[in-house]
Design a protein around this ligand. Structure first.
Ligand SMILES: CC(C)(COP(=O)(O)OP(=O)(O)OC[C@H]1O[C@@H](n2cnc3c(N)ncnc32)[C@H](O)[C@@H]1OP(=O)(O)O)[C@@H](O)C(=O)NCCC(=O)NCCS
Length: 254
C-alpha cells in the first residue's frame, strides 16, 4: 500500500482544493500478483470468518484475487481514515448490499467511512471517505472507441480535448471519461444505477492528469436535478491506469 500512501501524502493538498473543505479521504491499492497464490492462513489474518468463507467460495482465481484485493485495499483505506495505528482487521468487516455496493459493517467507531472499490489490469484499489465517494480504475482499451456512443457525447469529447494535454491519445481521453463516469455511478446512491449518459460532463479544469497535477472534472447527473450538488471527479493516469475519484462538490445557489 506504500504506493497510494506516498501519492496521497504528496498530492493531498492539491487534491483537497477540488473537493469540499470538509472532505477527508484515503486510498488503498494492492498489486494483484501479490495475492494470486496467497495461502488461506495468510488471508485469514485480514479477513473475518465470513469473509474468508466467501473468498474460498469463488471458483475463478481471477475473481477471487480481485475480490480479495478490493477488500484488503478498502480495509487499509478505512483504517487510515479512522486513524487506527493498530487495526484489528477481523473486526473491520466489508459487506455488500444486494446490488453489489460495498460498505463497512456496523461496529466501526466513531463512524464508518464510505468506501468504494475497483479493480483493473494488475491492481485492486479502494477509496474511503467521510462523504459518499466513488472510485474507478481502468486500463486504457481500444474497445472504448467502439462503445463510445454509449457513454460520451460529442460535446463531452470536445470539453475533454480542450482540458487535456495534446499528448493524450483519443483512447486515453475516452478511458478517462469512462472511469470518471463509473466513479460517479458508484458514488451516487440510486437504484437502478445511473446510466453513463445520465451523467453529463460540465467542465474540465486543466492539469496534466498526473497524480501531482490531476484533471478536475465537474459532472451533473440528470436523475439528480433536485439535488443542489454537482459532482467533482479528480482524474489522473499513472502506471498505465486511469484513476477517477468522485466526491460531492457543494455549490452555492443564488
Ligand atoms: C457496479 C459497476 C459500476 C462496477 O464497475 P466495473 O467497472 O465493472 O468494475 P470495478 O472493478 O471498477 O468495480 C467493481 C466493484 O464495484 C463495487 N460495486 C458493485 N456494485 C456496486 C454498486 N451498485 N454501487 C457501488 N459500487 C458497486 C464492488 O465493490 C465491486 O467490487 P467487488 O465485487 O470485488 O466488491 C458495474 O459492474 C455495473 O454497472 N454493474 C451493474 C450493477 C447492477 O445494475 N446490478 C444490479 C444487480 S441487483
Amino acid at each position: 500500500m506504500a504506493f497510494t500512501q506516498a501519492i496521497l501524502k504528496q498530492c493531498w493538498p492539491r487534491w483537497q482544493q477540488h473537493f469540499s473543505p470538509e472532505t477527508r479521504l484515503r486510498l488503498g491499492a494492492v498489486p494483484l500478483a501479490v495475492l494470486a497464490d496467497c495461502p488461506s492462513d495468510v488471508v485469514g489474518r485480514y479477513l473475518s470468518a465470513a469473509e474468508l468463507e466467501q473468498w474460498s467460495g469463488f471458483h475463478l482465481k481471477k475473481r477471487r484475487t480481485e475480490w480479495l484485493g478490493g477488500r484488503l485495499s478498502a480495509k487499509w483505506a478505512a483504517a487510515g481514515l479512522l486513524n487506527k495505528a493498530e487495526m484489528d482487521w477481523h473486526s473491520l468487516v466489508i459487506q455488500s448490499e444486494e446490488d453489489g455496493r460495498p460498505y463497512l459493517a456496523a461496529g466501526v467507531r466513531p463512524v464508518a467511512p464510505f468506501i468504494s472499490i475497483s479493480h483493473s489490469g494488475h491492481l485492486a484499489a479502494a477509496l474511503a471517505a467521510n462523504l459518499p465517494c466513488g472510485l474507478d480504475i481502468q486500463q486504457p482499451d481500444a474497445k472504448m472507441h467502439t462503445v463510445k456512443k454509449r457513454f460520451a457525447t460529442p460535446e463531452e469529447e470536445d470539453l475533454l480535448t480542450a482540458a487535456l494535454p495534446q499528448s493524450f491519445t483519443k483512447t486515453e481521453q475516452l478511458t478517462l471519461l469512462w472511469a470518471a463516469k463509473e466513479a460517479v455511478r458508484k458514488m451516487v446512491r440510486i437504484s437502478p444505477l445511473l446510466g453513463l449518459l445520465d451523467i453529463r460532463l460540465l467542465a474540465g479544469h486543466g492539469g496534466r492528469s498526473t497524480p501531482q497535477e490531476p484533471l478536475a472534472l465537474t459532472f451533473t447527473a440528470s436523475r439528480q436535478q433536485e439535488c443542489q450538488t454537482n459532482i467533482s471527479v479528480l482524474c489522473f493516469f499513472t502506471d498505465n491506469l486511469a484513476w477517477a475519484m468522485a466526491c460531492p462538490m457543494l455549490i452555492k445557489l443564488s
